[in-house]
Ligand binder design. Sequence first.
Ligand code: FAD
Length: 394
Amino acid sequence: MSEISFDRPDPHDFLDIDSLLSAEEKLLRDTVRQYVDKEINPKVGDWWEDGSLPDKQLARDFGEIGLLGMHLEGYGCAGTSATAYGLACLELEAGDSGIRSFVSVQGSLAMFPIWKFGSEEQKETWLPRMATGEVIGCFGLTEPDSGSDPSSMRTNAKRDGSDWILNGTKMWITNGSIADIAVVWARIDEGVRGFIVPTDTPGFSAPEIKKKASLRASVTSELILDNVRLPDDFVLPGVSSMRGPLSCLNEARFGIAFGAMGAARSCYETALAYAKEREQFDKPIGSFQLTQRKLVEMMVAVQRGTLVALHLGRRKDEGTLTPEQVSFGKFDNVRNALDVARTARSVLGANGITLEYPVMRHMANLETVFTYEGTNEIHTLIMGEAITGLSAFS
Ligand SMILES: Cc1cc2nc3c(=O)[nH]c(=O)nc-3n(C[C@H](O)[C@H](O)[C@H](O)COP(=O)(O)OP(=O)(O)OC[C@H]3O[C@@H](n4cnc5c(N)ncnc54)[C@H](O)[C@@H]3O)c2cc1C
């Protein structure tokens, strides 16, 4: 008969989720965690406060570790499992959601469409240099008047001889001002096409969006396309509908289901350490029942969400994951991460509002994560349609 073990669970891995990871996955996870501990955590509070990012250095470092387009096969990409990619997202977001966004955008939103829908020549030209971080990419889908409903986009491409002329404005584009190429989705007469736009093309500009109170360690930009002329071999040949951008979003949303749990874990661990040290009424605040309740709620949310993410990772690796299941992970893990961040903030009292601790930064960042890559409401409707068979969109 199997028996219950009376060993006390690890407060940092209560359900021993570690035992579900392969040796290779643990090695990758540890490598990213060490990098984040050494190179991100001591500095990211200042980057966040300044609204700046050492983007070139980070790109090179991430390239060296093999994180850029890591789940893609060939063309200099590491070709890891989807689960390994998810675990890397989790560790990066334990540092900062902006840092994870940098890697997600490069791999899932800029490299993935070239890898999936690009010509052989486009793949050879761009992917190896994007995998090393020499070339930075961005993904232009959202527009000022076209957010949750990207199919209403107005950016358009028209033929001029064998060239294309692009006009329009994209909004809220991560890495826009620092990118060497932008993957821009534009309407044509017969559908939607993806274009690889080198950012030094005449007529292209990418002013940075300032005054953000969230995701400050991340560059967010407008993309302006004013009669941008591109030869035909800059269009992605493999897709001519909304399936193109939506399949990229599924890739990135998958990473977010993991990433959000990284931010949540950082908040929980900060609150746990703080609650054991901070004394009031001559006792550590962690000894009060109300605080223990908060700590346990946070721990359970982090463990549960990490298990969900891992399950999605295993399904993606075996080829059975559906977009609606990705929505489950994005929807539930991000809202729970926000709850954890808010609860952790309260455990830290006044210290919780400073950038000396990561909690308030994560909390503010998670407001963006709640909204981008499909808002919480949009993922609700995707799952609502899946369970009722009734679409709330149309
Ligand atoms: C920091 C940051 C970085 C980003 N990076 C990128 C990027 O790299 N590339 C890119 O293309 N985009 C990017 N985005 C844009 C992001 O994907 C959009 O903000 C998101 O899709 C929501 O669009 P919106 O902001 O226009 O909100 P809206 O679509 O206007 O939505 C406003 C509110 O209405 C709700 N709503 C809308 N429609 C419905 C409905 N049918 N039923 C119920 N509620 C609904 C929404 O859920 C939301 O609560 C980024 C955004 C941010 C903040």
